[in-house]
Design a protein around this ligand. Sequence first.
Ligand code: DAH
Length: 341
Amino acid sequence: MDMKEILKGLVENAKQRISESENPEKLNDVRVAYLGKKGELTALLKSMKDVAPEERPAFGQMVNDVRKEIESMLTDTQKELAARMLEKKMKTEVIDVTLPAKKAMIGHRHPNTIALEEVERIFIGMGYEVVEGPEVEYADYNFTKLNIPEDHPARDEQDTFFINDSILLRSQTSPVQARKMEEGKLPIRMIAPGRVFRSDEVDATHSPSFHQIEGLVIDKKITFADLKGTLQEFARELFGPETKTKFRPHHFPFTEPSAEVDVSCFKCGGSGCRFCKGSGWIEILGCGMVHPNVLRMCGIDPEEYTGFAFGVGLERIALLKYEIDDMRLLYENDTRFLKQF
Ligand code: DAH
């Protein structure tokens, strides 16, 4: 058969197969079948040796023309296929910009954090600074310098976790008082919030790890009246302007005299309810005038300076203020609970 006829047939066939290729893979099969190493055109070129030498240039030219023709058909179809696929993709993956957006979840502040920020706001407003101390503390600061010598029963009351004989997880924030006094810069007006530890079993009102806020004021001529006025104002700010306070005599080794402070129940106003267990009062903190022994051990002359101190349980404030009846809820990190605040 005439070579021209053969090539013409080949082009026709290729055209047919190209037009039938509905995806890039099929199209590639066609490319391999005609232009590949074992493809039909390559086979034709190999048969060149059977062609008479004088006809070879014309033959070669014809084969090359056909190759170009098939190549350009392949390229065109490939572009067409790509465009068609893109269009199809765009049609199936439509983005509906009118749909409502997914709301970004913004977290909530923990009730402890809210209560702490509230307490800090009140004391900063009265000119206090906020200081911090270490959670892993020397027994010396946690006890001795606070007038709780070795073998004093108060050490057992605050049984805690010892790292070794002289280092422990602090059982109270009071050691920050001693650290601050030792710095020697007077006067002092500070609160020290932080985590404390005790070997307590977990129940509705206890946890082996909780938070306290320590307060300390040292200056010349500080009296119990300053203590009363300050804590009264604190209670009013925290629980409302109607709040009354009651100072009950108590004992703490590091203060003398010492007191516990109750506030009138902000639920019933003092008439007695479930919240205050019928008494009309709720205990909120411990306080007192800094013991002269403590001042002396921390390098302050008790003849020249006096001061008062207090300690508040942060969880207690959070539970009271937000009417939460189980402390465990504060630690479980259940978002159903936390997102109410
Ligand atoms: N640290 C005491 C406690 O954990 C609380 C306290 C009471 C602190 C009276 C004080 C204070 O500074 O004056 O029970």
